[in-house]
Design a protein around this ligand. Structure first.
Ligand code: PAF
Length: 291
């Protein structure tokens, strides 16, 4: 695996890979776990070469967030990617990504509003800006993201459609299902912040979500199912919830009742100082049988 830290060597290396066929990009902020490695394995199924980027993007962290504390494990990450047969690691310096005078922002309205957009103002501008740059730098044929960050994936797809991106095109931005620990907790680099006691309690989040989904799919009232979810999560040991909402899966349109289109239950909750997010599919109501 080749590792590059600056744009010119990146472009040369990608040109070499492109000669062998389609190139896939897996953008990450490092602190890799099995969820990331699943993206890498999936990327291999779609392309001849796999490029992984590791960049802890300061633009997507708010002033009171965990930028400084965010785990940085470049040597370990590099070994993991090498073992997965990744072709190229793009690990730009902050200077290479945001040279002095950098003054541009991509802002995607609509899907970026509400949910994490409310709790983390400016976050999705930071994500869209860095992902657009990563796409322009690597020009991949396909890019893969985890579905755990469902709103992020929706923002990135909207950006690709709106800006007529072709490398990758919006339909080549692939979401990969969330990888979970044995007890159901979604894998996240932020799980590393949890104490053993918090980690044991964190399972309350997916458990409460599954219960709410079973109720909603069985026809229960949505607001009461969400209220029950919130109390289950708080009783399970979380300190607060930023949101627990049922939304249209595609455009994240607000919903207060079950509809026939695919839906998503999205939740963000805090345990100690750690904010965890998760989302799960909710099946549409059965269409009434034709008479
Ligand atoms: O999901 C992440 O790890 C980050 O938000 C991303 C997409 C790599 C952009 O920094």
């Amino acid at each position: 695996m080749q590792t590059v830290h600056a744009l010119d060597p990146l472009r040369n290396a990608v040109a070499g890979l492109r000669a062998a066929g389609p190139v896939a990009l897996v953008p990450t902020m490092g602190a890799l776990h099995d969820g990331h490695l699943t993206l890498v394995r999936e990327a291999r199924r779609h392309a001849a070469s796999v490029v992984v980027s590791i960049f802890v993007n300061p633009l997507q962290f708010g002033a009171n967030e965990d930028l400084d504390a965010y785990p940085r494990q470049m040597e370990r990450d590099s070994r993991l990617l090498e073992a997965e047969g990744v072709d190229l690691l793009w690990a730009p310096t902050a200077q290479a990504m945001y040279p002095p005078g950098f003054a541009s922002t991509i802002s995607v309205t609509g899907v970026s509003e509400g949910l994490c957009g409310t709790a983390r103002p400016g976050h999705f501008d930071g994500v869209a800006t860095v992902v657009c740059k990563l796409f322009n730098q690597v020009m991949p044929d396909v890019a893969l993201f985890g579905e755990k960050d469902w709103q992020q994936l929706s923002v990135i797809r909207r950006m690709a459609r709106d800006l007529d991106l072709t490398r990758p095109a919006a339909n080549a931005i692939l979401g990969v299902p969330t990888v979970r620990e044995a007890d159901g907790l979604a894998m996240s680099s932020r799980n590393a912040y949890l104490t053993p006691q918090q980690r044991a309690k964190a399972v309350a989040l997916p458990t409460a979500m599954r219960r709410a989904i079973a109720q909603i799919e069985a026809g229960a009232d949505v607001p009461s199912s969400l209220a029950r979810l919130k109390s289950d999560v708080l009783e399970g040991g979380f300190g607060s919830l930023d949101y627990a909402e049922l939304r249209e899966a595609d455009d994240l349109g607000e919903l207060h009742a079950v509809i026939t289109k695919p839906m998503r239950l999205l939740v963000a909750a805090r345990i100690g100082t750690t904010r965890l997010i998760d989302n799960m599919a909710v099946k549409p109501a059965q269409a009434p049988e034709a008479a």
